[in-house]
Design a protein around this ligand. Structure first.
Ligand code: GTP
Ligand code: SPV
Ligand code: MN
Length: 585
């Protein structure tokens, strides 16, 4: 064992006082042993192994079903370094406060030591983390979401360069639940939760909050982005596109997109990642990206053979289902699944459930944890140590009125402004009210591990270092008509928008310059085989002056709220330029 890890494990054990310590090696034998143990303690339930080979079911506590942004803190010595969008505690205060909760929290339990690697082996992008946890569910999930065990220790060698993550379920009491990040110490302390993003520390805590901080200091980027490959089979050209949408706004779906029948001969989409991208500029000035994860922690409700057939195939085996309906015949079900609702089942709260029940059977944020390598459309280069070249970056969110289906920014700086001023409706991925519009710059509001103004400055600086910066686009699959119905069919049909983006990036498509950016003419979106009212695409691409005036006022307000003296002047300039252009409509 790496001696730095060992020293830290022993120190931590003095605080948390586990009955025993188990070092995780990632082997198959270990997986079998842990699975048996988790079955025996009922932390997981074995599903019908004929229909669901190597699949398990887990239910979290009822008060613990999503990320908790109000209990998530960035703990930097200087408060301003955490910035205006993060909760802050001073490191001494946070360590003291959480130490009191961690004290003895693992009594009667096992502390698992999980070394894990974010990114492929032999890659300059990759980084090592070690998570100490008293949750066997965390271990089994980390085995799917990261490259876990020996592989990580081999990369680490004798080095002390690893992210220290400490997690204890403690008593799952919300009053004693905290997710604290100490970017200056490479450390994460998470206590009082057993749910996904709060406890699988390799994911949002390390790969976004800590990694964004490291990226700023080391000259790279950690982003809440899917990465997909789009191949034009006619020309043989292939592009990689990264897209940032807020939580539960369609990253997994877009990453695994199946082209509509009418365009299936022409285009192929492959998946590199569905949630997180680490991006670096190579020696030729090209932006390249890896997916640091090894699996998908995807939203279950709405996942079916029509919306996301590749996800349905990915979760056929070796999958952990969390907070969905457990059916009487020992399967799983959720709202919007392929199967008819089961006559009898147990809902996410553990109560009997039938289709006549008033409440939803699956929690809206119920999830599957599945291996990326089981995804039928996984990209052949998804584990390439040098990453894939990114030619376009897409921002988007849930906007009922404002944003058109798609537009292209004028240049990198304007594109950074477009990302910085993103807003979207909140979803069930985080605790709190759903459907509330909020600013979510680059889909990183809950995940940026430092001052968001410095983050914008980092984006601007990175663009200057690239030879051909990716073109930056904005999309909106969620525009609604007067009756609140989605105007765009979405899902596989989004390929039609990707195709325009790719053509535009390749310099092969025309666009009209408008006040907000370059827009395709309605005829430039290929609607072959799509039954949609003739003027719908035109409507989807329309820009309403008064709506945008309101938008400008809201951006002005947002900038006013976050500007602590560090908001880059370039972004304020872009706002004034946008306001002037809108004025002229
Ligand atoms: P996180 O894992 O939380 O980061 O979410 P995500 O961004 O990967 O979102 P995901 O693809 O899981 O989709 C979330 C929800 O949005 C699901 O209920 C989807 O059915 C729905 N959704 C995804 N794509 C579309 C789309 O193109 N149109 C519409 N109307 N809904 C969509
Ligand atoms: C998100 O909320 O953006 C997720 C799920 O991807 S979690 O891992 O819980 O953060
Ligand atoms: Mn996410």
């Amino acid at each position: 064992m790496n001696k730095h890890v060992e020293v830290w494990v022993n120190e931590t054990a003095k605080l948390t006082k586990p009955d025993r310590i188990v070092y995780i090696d990632g082997s198959d034998a270990e997986k079998e042993r842990l699975t048996k143990e988790a079955l025996a303690t009922k932390e997981i339930t074995e599903l019908d192994q004929k229909r669901y080979p190597d699949c398990y079911y887990h239910r979290t506590a009822i008060n613990d079903v999503a990320r908790v942004e109000h209990l998530t803190f960035i703990c930097t010595m200087n408060k301003q370094d955490a910035g205006p969008t993060n909760n802050w505690m001073s490191p001494p205060d946070a360590y003291a406060k959480l130490s009191a909760i961690f004290d003895g929290s693992m009594k009667g339990r096992t502390m698992y030591v999980i070394p894990y690697l974010m990114g492929p082996a032999n890659s300059a992008f990759s980084k090592v983390g070690v998570e100490l946890t008293d949750s066997i569910y965390v271990v089994l999930n980390m085995r799917i979401m990261t490259r876990m065990g020996k592989i990580a220790l081999d990369v680490l060698g004798d080095s002390a360069a690893f992210v220290k993550g400490l997690h204890s379920k403690a008593d799952l009491n919300e009053d004693r639940r905290f997710i604290c990040h100490f970017p200056e110490d490479n450390t994460i302390w998470s206590v009082g939760s057993g749910y996904g993003g709060n406890v699988l520390l390799g994911k949002k805590c390390f790969s976004l909050r800590i990694a964004s901080f490291l990226g700023r200091n080391e000259g790279w980027m950690a982003e809440h982005m899917l990465i997909l490959g789009l191949k034009d089979k006619k020309t043989g050209e292939k592009q990689y596109i990264a897209a940032a949408f807020p939580s539960a706004c369609g990253k997994t779906n877009l990453a695994m997109l199946v082209p509509p029948a009418a365009l299936a001969d022409r285009y192929e989409v492959t998946t590199v990642g569905d949630d997180i991208a680490w991006m670096r500029i190579d020696d030729n000035g090209q932006l390249r990206a890896i997916n640091p994860e090894y699996g998908f922690f995807g939203v279950a409700p709405g996942t079916n053979s029509k919306s996301n057939p590749n996800a349905v195939k990915t979760i056929k085996k070796e999958t952990i289902f969390t907070n969905v309906v457990h059916t009487a015949d020992n399967g799983v079900w959720w709202e919007g699944s392929d199967d008819a609702a089961p006559a009898n089942g147990t809902d996410w709260k553990g109560n009997p459930w039938t289709p006549a029940s008033k409440e939803k059977g699956a929690n809206p944020n119920s999830r599957f944890t599945a291996l990326a390598k089981n995804c039928p459309c996984i990209d052949p280069d998804w584990e390439s140590p040098k990453g894939v070249p990114i030619s376009a970056i897409i921002f988007g969110g849930r906007r009922a009125k404002t944003a058109p289906l798609v537009y292209e920014s004028f240049n990198w700086q304007h594109g950074v402004f477009v990302g910085a001023t993103m807003a979207s409706e909140t979803t069930a991925a985080a605790a709190g009210q759903v459907g509330v519009m909020r600013n979510d710059p680059m889909a990183m509001k809950p995940f940026c591990g430092y001052n968001v103004n410095d983050y914008f400055a980092h984006w601007l600086a990175m663009g200057k270092k690239m030879k051909n910066p990716p073109k930056i686009f904005n999309v909106n699959w969620f525009r609604q008509d007067e009756n609140g119905a989605f105007m765009w069919p979405g899902y596989g049909e989004n390929l039609r928008v990707l195709a325009w983006i790719a053509a535009r990036t390749a310099g092969k498509a025309t666009a009209s310059e408008t006040a907000i950016g370059n827009l395709p003419d309605a005829s430039a979106i290929d609607t072959t085989g799509l039954s949609i009212p003739a003027d719908m695409v035109k409507k989807l691409l329309s820009i309403d002056k008064s709506v945008w005036e309101t938008e400008i006022a809201s951006i002005r307000k947002f900038f006013g709220e976050i500007d602590d003296g560090r908001l880059p002047k370039e972004l304020k300039d872009e706002l004034e330029k946008l306001a002037a252009r809108i004025q002229k409509i």
